[in-house]
Design a protein around this ligand. Structure first.
Ligand SMILES: Cc1cc2nc3c(=O)[nH]c(=O)nc-3n(C[C@H](O)[C@H](O)[C@H](O)COP(=O)(O)OP(=O)(O)OC[C@H]3O[C@@H](n4cnc5c(N)ncnc54)[C@H](O)[C@@H]3O)c2cc1C
Ligand code: SF4
Length: 304
């Protein structure tokens, strides 16, 4: 445990949003990172609990990827950022994604949440990995010992990319097949830049490519390549295709004009912001319209 009395002396402080008047001028991220000393102070609030509820408790609550939260909180408090980054990457391939967009069940589970002031775990995680990129500590990890096994992964969302990185580091030859032009799945086409800019995905793709993974964009399995051919050509195939079926509402008026599934609208807007060609697409534009959103899940926050 870093500072024994940290949680008694230091109030919870978290990242703030840029003012709305700034946010509407561009599509960039609008969360303002905390200064280094503030992050270290926040890390010192961690009590390094005997039973750290922030850490996954047999899949019941806490961090779904078993991040070793109390360990890296302590390292950050001590200013040992590079070691904190190694520790964080030992359980999480892409902490810069989760540090920005994870709903942070770790904070909901933190013992200090008993009094509504959990440790700012997500901001600490994000600060560790951002610092690691800034300092060049994150490099391709190439395994020189090859197994000569060929693995095909269908889908380049976070699941496909994490599987590709792990399998390539184990020495396998990995190819990722993606039906979209660019890699990233819903990270790229569902989640808008204001929550996570696409440069974070591009930087990881460079690292994963340098580790030996091959990417084939614009290839739809079952359409461009038969799955039976894919099975023949690979020693193993991983399905990481996500879940693309929206839940419809069988109610009166459903077929009226101007009613869209969110995931017909959001990928278009992400393509527009990413300067992709929308030729041939029936565009859905919300400019100047009054919009009603049905459903209060993650998607609601994307349409602002
Ligand atoms: C609008 C929106 C906002 C979200 N916001 C958040 C958030 O803030 N925080 C959070 O934690 N989660 C959020 N999520 C959820 C998160 O994005 C998903 O849980 C995550 O992307 C799932 O990862 P995945 O790799 O399983 O699938 P996906 O990201 O869906 O990737 C699957 C990939 O497989 C490809 N594919 C499918 N079929 C084929 C085929 N036949 N051939 C080739 N390629 C194929 C698809 O094109 C896609 O690229 C959000 C989701 C949406 C829709
Ligand atoms: S539950 Fe909270 S206080 Fe306890 S170890 Fe985890 S982050 Fe630290």
């Amino acid at each position: 445990m870093g500072k024994v009395t940290g949680f008694l002396e230091i109030d919870r402080q978290d990242r703030k949003y840029r003012p709305a008047s700034d946010r509407i001028r561009n599509f960039k991220e609008f969360i303002v990172p905390l200064p280094e000393q503030a992050i270290r102070d926040q890390a010192s609030r961690c009590m390094e609990c005997g039973i750290p509820f922030c850490h996954d408790m047999k899949g019941l609550k806490g961090c779904p990827v078993n991040n070793q939260i109390p360990d890296w909180n302590d390292l950050v408090y001590r200013g040992e950022w590079e070691q904190a980054s190694k520790d964080l990457h030992s359980t999480n391939n892409f902490p810069e994604f989760t540090g920005r967009i994870c709903p942070a069940p770790c904070e909901a589970s933190c013992t200090l949440n008993i009094v509504d002031t959990p440790v700012t775990i997500k901001s600490i995680e994000c600060a560790i990995v951002d610092k690691a990129w800034d300092n060049g500590w994150i490099k391709p990890q190439v395994n020189p010992r090859k197994t000569n096994k060929r693995i095909g992964i269908i889908g380049s969302g976070p699941a496909g990319l994490a599987a590709a990185q792990q399998l390539s580091r184990a020495g396998h030859n990995v190819v990722v097949y993606e039906k979209n032009k660019k890699m990233g799945g819903l990270l790229r086409y569902g989640i808008p830049d204001f929550k996570m800019e696409k440069t974070h995905i591009d930087r990881r793709l460079e690292q994963i490519s340098a580790e030996g993974v091959h990417f084939q964009g614009g290839v739809e399995l079952g359409v461009d390549i038969e799955i039976s051919d894919m099975i023949k050509e690979h020693d193993a195939v991983i399905l990481a295709c996500g879940s693309e079926k929206p839940r419809d509402l069988a109610i009166e008026g459903r077929n009226s004009d101007g009613i869209h599934f969110a995931m017909d609208f959001l990928p278009q807007q992400n393509r527009r912001v990413g300067n992709e060609n929308l030729k041939g697409t029936k565009e859905i534009i919300a400019d100047g319209k009054h919009v009603v959103v049905i459903g209060g899940g993650e998607i609601r926050g994307q349409i602002v």
